[in-house]
Design a protein around this ligand. Structure first.
Ligand SMILES: *[C@@H]1O[C@H](CO)[C@@H](O)[C@H](O)[C@H]1NC(C)=O
Ligand SMILES: *[C@@H]1O[C@H](CO)[C@@H](O)[C@H](O)[C@H]1NC(C)=O
Ligand SMILES: *[C@@H]1O[C@H](CO)[C@@H](O)[C@H](O)[C@H]1NC(C)=O
Ligand SMILES: *[C@@H]1O[C@H](CO)[C@@H](O)[C@H](O)[C@H]1NC(C)=O
Length: 419
């Protein structure tokens, strides 16, 4: 009896001490906007010994991928064997039975394959799944947090085309079991939700996991929708999209409804066309051509100042001397994305709708996505800056708080632990 109790105590102590380091209250990934490419970039550490790795943020991306061809040195890489638990977790559908070059991360026998994608180029190719040590900053000033077997995909050097200088991969935060959020939730038993706050200035914004006090920013919620047809570059039939879709039912400008084709606003369950998603890869909100034209015309009419020659990629531009300033940014008509009911809307103020293209000109920061575009409304990075987004996997809902402009809350976000 006594000996078995001792055994139990010894093991409990062992478990407690081995998990103490790995049970932070929160994780915070800093996000900066590259001034020349306007890509959102985060930085974490990986491998043994740890090296800093810069990654482009892909909100709807399936997993973390990095270039393993060049400069990937480590002693802790473990390839995921075909049919292993990690391969099925990742839903990998194919197997690299033999790699003909000398063995190294990205080239190992009997390793399951996934398809890393760079939408900035755009290019997708095959890559292999494996794990390595990952280290990320903890919130609230604690020591960095380490995960010993963090799953990621080995990409190749040519996949880095069009990514910002120094960036060697992409951080996928989408709805899969191997995305960064899912692996953080599992490793630290966090609540299954994460926050995104992109900064509009050169200061750092953040993506955060764990316990946070969101009382500084009251959130409005809308259901996250599933697009049953994958939006990835390479996928198998029957796979759903891993991106975050929401249900925009109509658009109001100055609180007046804009006449739109309702078919385009819904997701077509057969081919996955239509609908509204949020993207950190698109710089500006992109609208299907008929929606773009209707919104732009209504906006110009409501603003009621003369347009000036447009500046690419925008269509509607105005002289800065005709536009005043409010605490919410340029004094222009509000644009409401109306959601599940007429009382629930995402209001876009001048600070998020207008782009200063030069000293004299403001343009409406929306882009024409052409006719027959895959997703009718893609809410881009510029429109979510200084908005707090909370993506809740468990409840499948998006919380948003568009009123942060005045507070510049995303710049060097001052996190407070929930007590
Ligand atoms: C991979 O498989 C081939 C043949 O099946 C074998 O010759 C080679 O040694 C293997 N490589 C490694 C690293 O195990
Ligand atoms: C890189 O981006 C530019 C536009 O930003 C595009 O024209 C070019 O085709 C892209 N590169 C590739 C390889 O597609
Ligand atoms: C609305 O969009 C759908 C899908 O593109 C199209 O088939 C239909 O003709 C459009 N309706 C109108 C009235 O333009
Ligand atoms: C949905 O897509 C299918 C296949 O492209 C098409 O036949 C159908 O008409 C679409 N449904 C609607 C409501 O547009």
């Amino acid at each position: 009896m006594i000996s078995s109790h001792l055994f139990l105590i010894c093991c409990l102590l062992f478990i407690a001490s081995s998990t103490a380091q790995t049970r932070p209250k929160g994780i915070i990934l800093p996000v900066t906007k590259d001034p020349s490419t306007l890509q959102y970039i985060t930085e974490l550490k990986q491998r043994t010994p740890l090296v800093p790795v810069k990654l482009a943020v892909d909100l709807g991306g399936q997993f973390l991928w990095v270039d393993c061809d060049k400069g990937y040195t480590t002693t802790s890489y473990i390839p995921s064997r075909c049919n292993s638990a990690s391969c099925s977790l990742s839903k990998a559908g194919s197997c690299l039975t033999e790699c003909y070059s000398p063995s190294r991360p990205g080239c190992t026998n009997n390793t399951c394959m996934l398809f890393p994608e760079n939408q900035y180029a755009p290019i997708a190719t095959s890559g292999t799944l494996g794990s390595d040590v990952l280290s990320v900053p903890s919130a609230f000033g604690g020591p960095p947090v380490t995960i010993s077997k963090f799953l990621f995909v080995c990409g190749t050097t040519f996949l880095l085309e069009n990514l910002s200088s120094g960036v060697t991969g992409m951080a996928g935060l989408g709805r899969t079991k191997v995305s960064l959020p899912s692996q953080f939730f599992a490793a630290f038993s966090f609540k299954k939700k994460f926050g995104v706050c992109l900064s509009s200035t050169s200061s750092k914004g953040a993506i955060f996991f764990g316990e946070f006090d969101s009382s500084t920013a009251p959130l409005t919620y809308t259901p996250l929708l599933t697009n049953p047809v994958s939006t990835a570059g390479v996928y198998t039939a029957g796979e759903a999209s891993t991106e975050y879709f929401i249900g925009v039912k109509s658009i109001n400008i100055n609180q007046k409804p804009v006449k739109l084709n309702a078919t385009l606003l819904a997701i077509n369950a057969t081919d996955g066309y239509g609908g509204t998603k949020i993207s950190s890869v698109d710089k500006y909100t992109t609208l299907e051509a008929s929606i773009y034209n209707a919104v732009t015309n209504a906006f110009v009419k409501e603003l009621n100042v003369p347009t000036v020659p447009s500046v690419k990629p925008f269509g509607a531009c105005f002289s800065a001397k005709n536009i005043g300033t409010l605490y919410t940014g340029p004094d222009v008509p509000t644009i409401d994305l109306v959601l599940q009911s007429k009382d629930v809307y995402w209001r876009i103020y001048g600070g998020n709708s207008m782009v200063r293209v030069n000293n004299n000109v403001w343009c409406l920061g929306f882009v024409d996505g052409g006719v027959n575009s895959r997703t009718s409304i893609v809410i881009g990075g510029y429109q979510v800056e200084e908005n707090l987004l909370e993506i809740d996997f468990a409840a499948s809902k998006l919380g948003f708080s568009p009123l942060l402009y005045r507070k510049q809350i995303c710049a060097n976000y001052n996190f407070q632990a929930k007590s």
